[in-house]
Design a protein around this ligand. Structure first.
Ligand code: UDX
Length: 435
């Protein structure tokens, strides 16, 4: 099939590359000409394991092209995917849909025959209806079918998630269009996954409901971790003991810092905003958002307590600053509020992250990027393991820190409190305080 992806962020680029790998002809469009130039030169704008090889293979075989010329991309394609960002609006909770509407208006301007327009961007209930109206008003004589097909890709696992999805959700009431979408996904749904047909609003809500539920699971275990700390119970045992119940499931039950990333925080907020429109209450999601905000403050308090509230001039090291491993994404990473606070209090902060220097941290005073774990940890008063990159899983802190008193705050519960105690390290983790 002939496809066009509007927006070459995570969703558009990964989906476009993977669709081309399935044999489709895919044109990826972005109005950022530098990004398109880079992509045409084989430079990938995001860090996503495995993406580069698949991209280069399909680019070489001419199934995949990159352009800023939306007019010709729209003309040449049968199915157009809108994959632009829907960030939180400034000063509120609602999703900012200006990029989605802008894409729709552009499509409407250039459309020359019947097209299927698919929203892959995460959009609030009813956005498909608004898009349909845009097309109806602008192109009275040419019909466009608007479908919702949300993505569930995780950063760092996106290629795998695309090829082996748990489910593919398609929202449309049009039987024929549903059949077309189903045949597009056939190579991947044939294997293990399930194909869910629903109406357009249903598909839009499935995405928000899924992310809000996963965020709830994380916040639930994070709050239980607080209880475990007071009651001398290991939260990891609780996660295992609960997770083995198949009705609960073991995934997304790892206690840690506040959840972050480009989706959970923004989507939970946007879902709450939607409830206002329909005059209903989602008190659980409301609590989850609050709980996650509280968690950021709690981690700051815990860090300060480890240092006996004496932060000024203390050398603090962050191992990993991204919101999770295998991504270079800093969006809503809990490291940011922590570093902001510690820097304000006069700490000297070094951070090492396998994905390199971070612009997001450059505005804070006395915050330095280290090129290696060794360099970052040398003589640190406190080492904070923020992100569970594999390379942080077998560290010799005594050698690395090289001083008498070693303090480690492991936000991802990578190390054993018993073994660390045996080594004489002041080890702090999440929900695992020993008696
Ligand atoms: C998420 C959804 O998983 C994906 O389906 C959706 O399309 C986009 O949003 P992503 O943001 O890439 O994907 O990351 P994810 O792996 O879901 O992790 C989100 C946050 O939850 C991270 O901050 C992570 O550290 C945290 N997390 C996850 C936990 O704290 N504990 C867990 O057990 C799992």
């Amino acid at each position: 099939m002939k496809l066009c992806m509007i927006g070459t962020g995570y969703v558009g680029l990964v989906s476009g590359v993977c669709f081309s790998d399935l044999g489709n002809t895919v044109i990826c469009v972005d109005n950022d000409e530098n990004k398109i130039k880079d992509l045409n030169n084989g430079k990938i704008p995001i860090y996503e394991p495995g993406l580069e090889e698949v991209l280069k293979k399909n680019y070489k075989q001419k199934r995949l092209t990159f352009t800023s010329d939306i007019k010709s991309a729209v003309n040449k394609s049968d199915i157009i995917f809108i994959c632009v960002g829907t960030p939180t609006k400034k000063g509120g909770n609602s999703a900012n849909l200006k990029y989605v509407f802008n894409a729709a208006n552009q499509i409407a301007k250039y459309i020359n025959k019947h097209k299927i327009v698919v929203t892959k961007s995460t959009v609030p209930i009813g956005t498909g209806d608004i898009l349909e109206n845009i097309f109806k008003t602008k192109k009275k004589n040419k019909f466009v079918d608007v479908v919702s097909n949300p993505e569930f890709l995780r950063e760092g696992e996106a290629i795998r998630d695309f090829i082996y999805p748990d489910r593919v959700v398609v929202g449309t009431n049009n039987f024929k269009i549903n059949k077309t979408l189903k045949s597009l996904y056939l190579p991947i749904i044939k294997k293990t996954s399930r194909y869910v047909s629903t109406n357009r609003r249903g598909a839009e809500l499935i995405k928000y409901a899924s992310n809000a539920f996963l965020a709830t699971k994380i916040s639930f275990i994070n709050e239980l971790a607080n209880l475990c700390e007071k009651a001398s119970i290991d939260i990891k045992d609780i996660s295992i003991g609960m997770g083995l119940d198949q009705r609960i499931g073991e995934r997304f039950l790892r206690a840690g810092p506040a959840y972050g990333g480009s989706c959970f925080p923004k989507d939970t907020r946007a879902l709450l905003d939607t409830t206002k429109k329909y005059n209903v209450k989602l008190s659980i999601v409301d609590s989850v958002v609050k709980s996650n905000e509280d968690r950021k403050k709690l981690l700051i308090k815990k860090t300060s307590n480890i240092l006996n509230k004496k932060i000024y001039n203390k050398k603090i090291t962050f191992l990993g600053v991204t919101f999770k491993p295998n991504t270079d994404d800093m969006r809503e990473a809990s490291s940011i509020p922590m570093i902001k606070f510690l820097s304000k209090k006069g700490a000297i902060i070094k951070y090492y992250d396998p994905t390199g220097f971070k612009n997001e941290l450059s505005k804070f005073k006395n915050v330095f990027f280290s090129k290696s774990v060794n360099n970052a940890c040398e003589k640190a008063d406190l080492v904070i393991i923020h992100t569970e990159w594999n390379e942080f899983k077998l560290l010799n802190f005594k050698k690395l820190v090289n001083k008498k008193n070693i303090n480690v705050f492991d936000l991802r519960n990578i190390y054993s409190p018993y073994k660390m105690k045996k080594k004489g390290i002041n080890y702090h983790s999440i929900g695992r305080k020993l008696i």
